[in-house]
Design a binder for this molecule. Sequence first.
Ligand SMILES: Cc1cc2nc3c(=O)[nH]c(=O)nc-3n(C[C@H](O)[C@H](O)[C@H](O)COP(=O)(O)OP(=O)(O)OC[C@H]3O[C@@H](n4cnc5c(N)ncnc54)[C@H](O)[C@@H]3O)c2cc1C
Length: 412
Amino acid sequence: MAKYREPAREIDITGEYDVVVVGGGVAGSVAAIASARNKAKTLLIEQFGFLGGTATASLMNNINGFRNQVEPDGTQTVKGIAEEIILRLKEIGGLGKSPYKQKDYPTTKGNLSYSYCIDPEKFKYTVLDMAVESDVDVLFHSYFSMPILEKDKIKGIIVENKSGRTAIAAKIVIDATGDGDVAARAGAPFWEAKHEDKKLVDGLMYKISGIKDAPFANCRYGDSSVVWGPAMVWGHNDAWEISHSEIATRLEVYNHFKHVLDANPGLKASGAYVAETPVMLGIRQTRFIESEYKLTADDAITGRRFEDVVAISSAPIINYYGYRRFLTHEGYDIPYRSLVPRKIDNVVITGRCISSEQQPFESHRSMAPMMAIGQASGTAAALCAKGGVVPRKLDVKLLQKTLKDQGQELRI
Ligand SMILES: Cc1cc2nc3c(=O)[nH]c(=O)nc-3n(C[C@H](O)[C@H](O)[C@H](O)COP(=O)(O)OP(=O)(O)OC[C@H]3O[C@@H](n4cnc5c(N)ncnc54)[C@H](O)[C@@H]3O)c2cc1C
């Protein structure tokens, strides 16, 4: 490939923070809230003009994994900030009935069901409200470009936005991009599933309205519902490949809806129509950053407990050698070490790119455990920044005590 040498130049340092969170998906938003509530000066950077990531920008309106979907389901494994979001959504009529088969719990503190549908607009509102209320500085329409490195230590990041290219200094950076953009560009090792053994494909959700009384089992809110739309190829970190996937799935939407109407005569009779396609194709998996501990299939299947537990996942593995495998226990632990990348210091990983093999990822990718992992990452980053320690050296007992005091379920 031909090369162009970009000229070096001085740029402004527009902010200095204890913690900078890159990416405002469910994991990053909760991480930022947790960090700020733990008194760290926190900045949240997001490429879009709202929070939620896949949950809102990709219209993935079904939050799974607050407890096991089937028995044994006696433990609500995700509490803390994630639970707070659900209870706030309930207050403003932002929850819908999940299409999944599950036992219904009363949706009170400590009594959440396995899964909820959310109204994406109310979700955007609630999460942003909680971030602002917690004193998170939110910088929208800003794209992470490069980490600022001193040897193997991150000292901040460079972003591109309407103001141009600027630098932001940070004691700790949380990589919540879903794709591990920050850690990978800093030189942390990572792995990706190969094309041929790719497990979870990308999918374009879309919204239909005008449903009226038609029986349609998907996530409904008001007169609308989401449809699990055209599924294609798989997640990439290459702009052209993402673009090709967007084009292929978007051009298929009306054809897909025609099949939905054919299969659901009630929808046809009610005059249902495609009301909205999402801002972004839903990308399920890309990079997994190699960290101090990589979660294994055996950990998930046997329900392994770890001394450095910081979150729990009890959601099923959605494609275990071709079938939905429910866990026969009440969840496996996510260890703190899975959030600390190898080689690079001052970064904490959160969300779908934490260190994991394919099988456990297919459980803890569910948005409830993603938010619990977010709370763990944000709390860890705040403690590191305040204590002047690198994430690798953080006192895990202090982190666990702080998480427990702030409502996270840890079973210790
Ligand atoms: C089609 C599909 C169906 C799914 N079904 C379910 C389901 O039924 N139930 C369930 O619980 N989960 C489901 N999931 C999984 C779940 O939605 C994801 O695992 C979860 O939302 C990931 O959250 P995250 O915060 O880690 O990442 P993301 O949601 O990917 O968020 C990353 C955020 O970072 C931002 N960002 C990325 N790069 C940059 C950059 N360079 N600069 C600035 N900002 C950046 C993005 O805009 C985004 O807001 C599904 C996912 C897909 C795609």
